[in-house]
Design a protein around this ligand. Structure first.
Ligand SMILES: N[C@@H](CCC(=O)N[C@@H](CS)C(=O)NCC(=O)O)C(=O)O
Length: 237
């Protein structure tokens, strides 16, 4: 049985982490049975201190794997999945590099939009930390926000103004919209791993019930909205 360790649903999506949703959507598209174990405490069990990770156990052994990319590669090899078999070698290479762009650039724009924009931060704070007892509820959010701000500054995105981060986000939304064009999926009529990756990050902007300029920008691309709805109709309803 495959167990996927997640934070748990927030803002109307399966998980606030695009990396968790990526693995969840991948498993659903691949049709593999699995169980989601939700809870912020899962971080304490995480081999690399981040979510997601999976535990795959059978009669003989138990394997624990962290990092969405490593998880997907492990599951693809272990279960001989054919999700990307219809992609040419060049498309497989593009899928990898596009994934890294979303994971390493658009992801940080999402982090900025949630943890730095003041109005959204209030919503995030209530959703992530509202259940903690007083005074932890007051102390912990600003401690973690300081850490996230430092990470954003170290990564580089945190050195830009809000307008610049919004413009950087829009470059990705616009590129994704151009790549998808009128197709159902990014590499044609059949889904691939890359569709799980794109859905995972786009749903954080398009399908969440929290409104800000970043979300509005993503929602202005009608084919991206339809793409999210397509995945949700098949796998999340
Ligand atoms: N490269 C990892 C990134 C995972 C990641 O950044 N997870 C974040 C949530 S989006 C996390 O667990 N952060 C907790 C922390 O840093 O303490 C992957 O692809 O799974």
């Amino acid at each position: 049985m495959i167990k996927l360790y997640s934070f748990g649903s927030s803002f109307g999506v399966m998980d606030p982490s695009p990396f968790v949703v990526k693995v969840d959507a991948f498993l659903k598209i691949a049709g593999l049975p699995f169980e989601v174990i939700a809870g912020a405490d899962n971080l304490k069990l995480a081999p690399k201190g981040k979510l997601p990770f999976i535990v795959n156990s059978d009669a003989e052994n138990e394997v624990k794997i962290a990092d969405s990319q490593a998880i997907i590669e492990y599951l693809t090899n272990k279960h001989k999945l054919s999700l990307d078999d219809h992609l040419s070698p060049a498309q497989q290479a593009q899928s990898y590099l596009f994934t890294k762009s979303l994971d390493e650039n658009l992801y940080w724009c999402l982090v900025y939009s949630r943890w730095i924009l003041d109005d959204t931060w209030q919503v995030v704070k209530a959703s992530f930390f509202g259940g903690l007892p007083w005074p932890i509820r007051v102390i912990v959010p600003s401690m973690i926000q300081r850490k996230v701000r430092k990470n954003l500054y170290g990564q580089g995105l945190g050195r830009h103004s809000k307008e610049e981060v919004l413009a950087i986000s829009d470059k990705s939304f616009s590129a994704l919209s151009t790549l998808l064009a009128e197709q159902d999926y990014f590499f044609g009529e059949q889904p691939s791993t890359f569709d799980a990756t794109v859905y995972a990050i786009l749903c954080q902007f398009i399908s969440t019930n929290c409104d800000n300029e970043f979300n509005a920008k993503a929602k202005s691309y009608s084919n991206l909205v339809l793409f999210c709805q397509r995945i949700e109709k098949l796998h999340y309803s």
